[in-house]
Design a protein around this ligand. Structure first.
Ligand code: ZN
Length: 57
């Protein structure tokens, strides 16, 4: 219905239960398994579509 759908940023699966969660950049992300969560924690920016990249070097 109007339930907001959360998607696992690692594998793209829709998340129903927030059993595996991690915070990054002030936001909370949820995962389908501890494996996906572990992969995200190691390299969060790899799985985020828009990572704030500082420019002007
Ligand atoms: Zn997953």
């Amino acid at each position: 219905m109007t339930t907001p759908t959360t998607t696992d940023p690692v594998c793209g699966m829709p998340i129903r239960d927030a059993e595996y969660a991690a915070s990054f950049g002030g936001r909370d992300y949820q995962f389908c398994s501890s494996t996906c969560r572990a992969r995200f924690v190691v390299d969060p920016e790899h799985f985020l579509p828009t990572a704030p990249a500082p420019l002007g070097a």
